[in-house]
Design a protein around this ligand. Structure first.
Ligand code: PEP
Ligand code: MG
Length: 542
């Protein structure tokens, strides 16, 4: 088989023998049943699966993985699911078939909803397989353990599989399905495991065959020799060792400074050496709640982060709820098109007290520490919204107020938006989604969501130019900032800070240190002049 092409979602190269994820257990032929016994069997299976997932969450090596697993415990223990199982048992099904039927119903509903929920279908499939296995007394399905390092291959990976992965054993991941924003991709990036998704035909490769993968370009080479596999892994090890030795502030080779900041969801994501935080996503505090977190609880959570970064910059984003980040306590009305509805700063139109309490809590936490606290609002569309947000911040005693640029309207009028705020931070994930009218969760539209799309680069250039004119900082905090080649283009456009998962910082620091500021400007000009993402990439790496 020749070279395969997928989408690279977690950078780095790896090589090793393929091992495929164990197939899920098939339900046995239906039997004549004792309904009470089957209901008890179903409840025992739910308890066993929830306990197993909770144990995995407790053992998970990072906060994101643990959070995802706890969300799965909630799904598996959901009362509505048990009611559907009870009803199926009432209709004559045994426990394994009842799970199968109940989860098929949930699956259809998720698929019909599309977007974020449709991408969660693999979570439901995983829960089904676990419940069926538990009710049959079989071991939990999941990641193979061949006793040596390997490349894990699967149709798709459920969070429960990915979260427990040990990067010393699982050298790389390749899936046939999944998208750039699926759990597989997000968790692979946080664990630092090179990964390629949407790689057709990968399941046809037999266990034991040696493959190499490139988590940046998405290239997969099957059937390589022992010697080339070793060369790939040696080169990757050397690269990581060199990068982990590099520290200090970001700058081009001729000393043009570029702040390299971290994206975090809570204090648990902080790495000790970071220059600062460029995006503190506060949603984590609000997840799975029927009531908003109390003022004191918020102060404590923010203060934990600020206190860990004395004298350093922390950019806190106010609550970004709605669309791909549904929060039950907001009780937002069902919308036909939630990504275009009440989300981000727009939530403050209907529930101003949520923003008000949050700004008070951020101000109280900031006053108790020496961190340099900046605050920004998500999903701002107009200069008027930006100005009103800045007024709210100042009323709460927060000195540095900015907005995220995620909507093309705000990018096109970046100069006006900047008039009343102190800085901009470009959220390229959403800016791509809204510029290309392409759902960011839709793996099939991945090429439109490619940050190298010239239209996206033009919008970023407009924001950077507005910042230069106003003498105010303009950063990028979307996933694109973590691409070392794209970072060069961003700096050349005039972007002043780049914020990304802490693990991605060393590669970006290294790329900047290898080029002068003028070279970055030339890369930016060439990328702006390109007509396609491929041509834009080639302008930096011919
Ligand atoms: C973005 O949209 O680029 C961003 C950083 O915000 P989030 O991914 O949290 O929506
Ligand atoms: Mg966003």
């Amino acid at each position: 088989m020749g070279e395969l092409q997928g989408i690279g979602v977690s950078p780095g190269r790896a090589a090793g023998p393929v091992h495929r994820l164990a197939p899920p257990p098939p339900p046995p032929a239906p039997a004549v049943i004792d309904a009470d016994a089957e209901r008890a069997r179903a409840r025992d299976a739910v308890a066993a699966v929830c306990a197993d997932l909770t144990r995995r969450a407790d053992l998970a090596s990072d906060a994101t993985a643990a959070e995802v697993l706890r969300a799965q415990v909630l799904m598996a223990g959901d009362e509505m699911l048990l009611e559907a199982v009870d009803a199926a048992v009432g209709g004559g099904a045994d426990a394994p078939h009842a799970f199968d039927a109940a989860l098929a119903e949930h699956r259809a509903a998720f698929e019909a909803a599309g977007g974020y929920l449709a991408e969660r279908v693999s979570d439901l499939d995983d829960i089904r397989d676990r419940l069926v296995a538990a009710s049959l007394g079989l071991p939990m399905p999941g990641v193979p353990s061949p006793g040596h390092p390997f490349i894990l291959v699967a149709r798709d990976l459920a969070p429960a599989d990915t979260a427990g992965l040990d990067p010393a054993v699982v050298l790389g991941l390749i899936t046939e399905e999944g998208g750039p924003t699926s759990h597989t991709a997000i968790l692979a990036r946080t664990l630092g495991i090179p990964a390629v998704v949407r790689c057709g035909s990968i399941l046809e490769i037999s266990d034991g065959v040696l493959v190499s993968l490139d988590g940046s370009s998405g290239a997969v080479a099957p059937g390589i020799s022992e010697l080339s596999a070793q060369a790939v892994n040696d080169a990757q090890r050397e690269l990581l060792a060199r990068r982990s030795a590099s520290t200090g502030p970001g700058a081009t080779s001729d000393g043009h400074p570029v702040a390299l900041l971290a994206n975090i969801g809570s204090a648990r994501d902080l790495a000790p050496s970071v220059e600062g935080v460029g995006l503190f996503r506060t949603e984590l505090l609000y997840l799975d709640r029927t009531e908003p977190p109390a003022f004191a609880e918020q102060v404590a959570a923010y203060q934990e982060v600020f206190a860990a970064l004395p004298g350093r910059k922390v950019v806190v984003r106010t609550l970004d709820a709605g669309a791909d980040k549904p929060l039950p306590f907001l009780r937002l009305a069902d919308e036909p098109n939630p990504a275009l509805g009440i989300r981000g700063l727009r939530v403050a139109r209907t529930m101003p007290s949520v923003l008000d309490t949050q700004l008070s809590a951020i101000a109280a936490a900031a006053a108790a520490t020496s961190a340099d606290v900046w605050v920004m609002a998500p999903m701002v569309a107009t200069a008027g919204e930006a100005a009103a947000f800045a007024v709210s911040c100042r009323e709460h005693g927060l000195r540095t107020a900015g907005v995220m640029i995620e909507v093309p309207a705000a990018a096109l009028r970046a100069g006006a938006v900047l008039r009343d705020v102190d800085f901009l931070s470009i959220g390229t994930n959403d800016l791509s989604q809204y510029t290309f009218a392409a759902d960011r969760m839709c793996g099939d539209l991945a090429e439109l969501l490619d940050p190298w799309q010239p239209a996206l680069i033009s919008l970023i250039a407009a924001c950077a130019a507005a910042g230069r004119e106003a003498g105010k900082p303009v950063g990028v905090c979307g996933e694109s900032a973590a691409d070392p080649d794209f970072a060069l283009v961003l700096v050349g456009l005039g972007i002043t800070s780049l914020s990304m998962a802490a693990r991605s910082i060393p590669a970006v620091r290294e790329a900047l240190a290898a080029h002068t500021y003028d070279e970055c400007v030339q890369f930016a000009k060439a990328a702006l002049a390109a007509d396609t993402p491929t041509a834009a990439r080639a302008a930096v790496r011919p």
